[in-house]
Structure formats: structure tokens, C-alpha cells
Design a protein around this ligand. Structure first.
Ligand code: HEC
Length: 102
């Protein structure tokens, strides 16, 4: 039987193509989490909806890894109590909306 083998090869090559970072996350869920736990502080600093913190010229986050690390750190600092899935959803939202890492 050749077919299962071919399917396997196809599955592996699909996994090998470059997927967008955080594409397993749910941006909608991430937005809700972010609004609940994170934004008041950013708004105090930057006004408006606080999103300038992600778009300012000298922003700190420059790679998907740094974004994930920052979200994880802020989760711990603020005691938001997010699970890894929640962090992924927030990363998906921030990336889709502001950082646009490919
Ligand atoms: C107590 C205030 C406060 C809260 C609450 C807070 N942040 Fe922040 N956040 C900051 C400050 C201050 C900075 C900027 C740090 C800097 O410029 O080095 C920042 C920066 C960031 C950045 C990086 C922006 C850049 O420069 O690219 C991200 C991403 C971020 N916060 C995510 C979150 C998330 C997610 C949460 C909720 C779990 C959160 N923050 C909650 C104060 C806060």
C-alpha cells in the first residue's frame, strides 16, 4: 500500500512550511483577556486605548519570541493567572493587530 506513505509525506511537508507565529491562538479570546487584565496600566501611560505601547517607535518587542516572553512575564507580574493557551491567544491577538510578525 503506497497511499498511507504518501499521506505521511504530505503531512510532514505541510508541517515544514513556514506557519505564521501564534497561528494556533485565538485572537478574539486574546483580545478579551487583554482588555480584562492588562490595558488599564498601558492606558495610564499612553492614553487612548493604550495600544501605543505596542506601536511606538522604540517599542521593546522585536521578535515573536520576545512577544511571547513579555506576555508570559506580564502574566506573572500582574497575577493574571493565565494558562499557556491564554498566553497564546493574547500573542495571536497582539501579533495580528500590532506586531505583525510573519
Ligand atoms: C502595572 C502596569 C502594567 C500592567 C498591569 C501590564 N503592563 Fe504591559 N507594560 C507595562 C510597562 C511599564 C511596559 C513598558 C516597559 C518598557 O518600556 O520597557 C509594558 C510593556 C508591555 C509590552 C511590550 C510593548 C513593546 O514595547 O513592544 C507588552 C507586549 C505588554 N506590556 C503586555 C502586557 C500584558 C499581556 C499584560 C497583562 C497580562 C500587561 N502588559 C499588563 C506596564 C504594565
Amino acid at each position: 500500500m503506497k497511499i498511507p506513505y504518501l499521506l505521511l509525506v504530505a503531512a510532514f511537508s505541510a508541517a515544514g512550511t513556514h506557519a505564521a507565529p501564534f497561528d494556533k491562538g485565538d485572537p478574539k479570546a486574546g483580545k478579551a483577556l487583554l482588555e480584562k487584565a492588562c490595558m488599564s496600566c498601558h492606558i495610564n501611560m499612553f492614553g487612548g486605548d493604550g495600544s501605543k505601547i505596542y506601536t511606538r517607535a522604540d517599542r521593546k518587542v522585536k521578535t515573536p519570541q520576545q512577544l511571547a516572553a513579555r506576555i508570559s512575564g506580564c502574566n506573572a507580574n500582574t497575577g493574571a493567572g493565565w494558562f499557556p493557551d491564554d498566553e497564546l491567544n493574547v500573542a495571536a491577538y497582539l501579533n495580528q493587530q500590532y506586531y505583525k510578525f510573519k
